[in-house]
Design a protein around this ligand. Structure first.
Ligand code: NAD
Length: 478
């Protein structure tokens, strides 16, 4: 469904995120007919550049980051006509009058803060000063939203001085993933799962976000952040919330976000022996983390595994195991809900556990899979075998339907439509920091280095132990 003509400003429009994600996503939506020719997209950044040069910059980005088959020459040409550029200084007066002059007062104005959070306050103030903060303006704010509770509160307050919460769209691109939304459809659109969705029937839950790459050239940024801040506080927490939350009364922004907030607030503090942090080493081919950052004795973690407990009626007694890391065996993200064993087996024991597992795969091959136990075919007697009931979207829906738009496409269009359901509310972000802050403080206080792990492995030994001591094991990263 096409959206009405809008003005979108990408502040930081010449940055890496604009190149890799925002511009390609906008082109894709234009190509799909969702963005019309009257909309305008304004790149704004500190550097001097003509609009012509910005169009060339955008074209190059689109060609570099999209599949060749997605880039249609004519569509690209007309898309580029929507683009212009303004030299703008977040911290000074340059460009603000010009930007204000380009905006339409009768349109939705989306302002994408694709810059570091240290500029959010200045940007909010100047948008207000130049008459661009009124109704109809929506701010899109990138991660990281602070580095602890205090800084997140400060950011929230700075934005709140000039903008209402209903105007602020805090991005967590994991929420824009099609499968993550499908998780909600599966939970709340079927009778089948919800009655079993509690500690009586669920043994435990595993959330894994594994990357095979290291920090690459982002070492400078990463070393001040680490896996806890960069991944757990936002992405993994958001996934945990969607699994654990109570059914909202409606699928609307505040109903959903109220329920997520309750989950975060019900999380117990994590005891030190329920958390493991690691840092990858080098091998013959690839440098270790410490050789990729300035500080040779950096204690920043590139891996975290933890066991979380949610103290409420639904989940008391069911642990949530979370793990994420870089330079692991494979790039694979999934949520697995492991149901309890059947209370009694009527079949001859085969020594194997046969528990149902619902797996939500985020990457690669987005899809949902339900592991069920059936009889092994053939005359060999009543032998049991576990097979997947695969809800592979590509197979069921056909390749076109399953050609998911990138999370950024979905989320940017939600901003234009004014739907905040898949964006984090200020209080959610603060509650998540309130939970992670003591963990980080404990690490900082101990001065201990993270446990080293081999590149291409599944993480440090202690992460395996975290599971083994509970009689469980991590699913293979693949
Ligand atoms: P970047 O350093 O590549 O780009 C920053 C942009 O901001 C440039 O266009 C620069 O000109 C502009 N800028 C800097 N100072 C300015 C000022 N005073 N006034 C106006 N413009 C100014 O950064 P990036 O990688 O594009 O990241 C942008 C934001 O998005 C950061 O907060 C980052 O954490 C976040 N983010 C990035 C990625 C990614 O993949 N790159 C992913 C998630 C979140």
């Amino acid at each position: 469904i096409p959206v009405e003509a809008f003005d979108l400003v990408i502040i930081g429009g010449t940055g890496d995120l604009a190149r890799r994600k925002i511009l390609p996503a906008l082109y894709q939506r234009f190509n799909a007919g969702q963005i019309g020719k009257k909309s305008q997209i304004i790149g704004a950044a500190r550097g001097e550049m003509t609009s012509e040069a910005y169009r060339a910059f955008a074209e190059e980005a689109i060609r570099e980051f999209l599949d060749k088959s997605d880039v249609k020459v004519r569509a690209l040409k007309s898309f580029l006509k929507l683009l212009s550029y303004v030299t703008l200084d977040a911290k000074g007066e340059t460009g603000w009058e010009e930007l204000a002059g380009k905006m339409h007062s009768d349109r939705i104005r989306a302002i994408y803060f694709s810059v570091g959070p240290s500029l959010f306050g200045d940007l909010a103030k100047r948008l207000h000063k130049h008459g661009m903060a009124g109704e109809g303006t929506r701010l899109v704010v990138e991660k990281p939203f602070g580095r602890d509770l205090a800084s997140a509160k400060e950011l929230n307050q700075m934005l709140a001085r000039h903008f209402d919460e209903s105007q602020i769209y805090r991005i967590d691109h994991y929420l824009g993933k099609e499968t993550v939304q499908n998780l909600m459809a599966v939970r709340f659109g079927n009778m089948l799962f919800e009655p079993l969705w509690n500690s009586q029937y669920v043994d435990h839950i595993q959330i894994t976000v594994a990357e095979s790459v290291g920090v690459g050239t982002r070492g400078g940024y990463y070393d001040r952040s680490g896996a806890m801040r960069d991944m757990v506080q936002n992405h993994l927490m958001q996934l945990l919330c969607l699994i654990a939350m109570e059914p909202p009364a409606k699928f609307d922004p505040d109903a959903v976000r109220d329920e997520k907030l309750k989950v975060i607030r019900a999380l117990d503090p994590v005891e030190p022996d329920n958390i493991v942090r690691g840092q990858y080493e080098g091998d013959g081919e690839r440098p270790g983390y410490r050789n990729q950052v300035e500080s040779r004795d950096s204690t920043t973690e590139t891996f975290v595994a933890l066991k979380a407990h949610i103290s409420n009626w639904r989940w008391a007694g069911t642990p949530f195991y979370l793990r994420t890391g870089k330079r692991l065996k494979d790039r694979a993200s999934e949520i697995a809900i492991i149901f309890k064993d059947a209370p009694h087996s009527i079949f001859e024991e085969d020594g194997q556990r046969h528990n149902n597992i619902l797996t939500i795969r985020l990457q690669p091959n987005e899809g949902i899979e339900l592991g069920v136990t059936i009889k092994e075919p053939g005359p060999g007697g009543m032998r049991l075998v576990d097979v997947p009931l695969d809800m592979s979207f590509a197979e069921v829906l056909g390749p076109d339907e399953a050609d998911f738009p990138d999370a950024y496409e979905r989320l940017i269009m939600d901003v234009i439509r004014g739907n905040q359901t898949l964006f984090m509310r200020g209080d959610e972000v603060e509650a998540a920091w309130a939970w992670t802050d003591p963990i980080i403080a404990e690490w900082d206080g101990s001065g201990q280095a993270p446990e080293p792990y081999a590149p291409g492995s599944s993480g440090p030994e202690s992460a395996m132990f975290l599971m083994h001591r509970d009689g469980r094991r991590w699913r293979e990263i693949k």
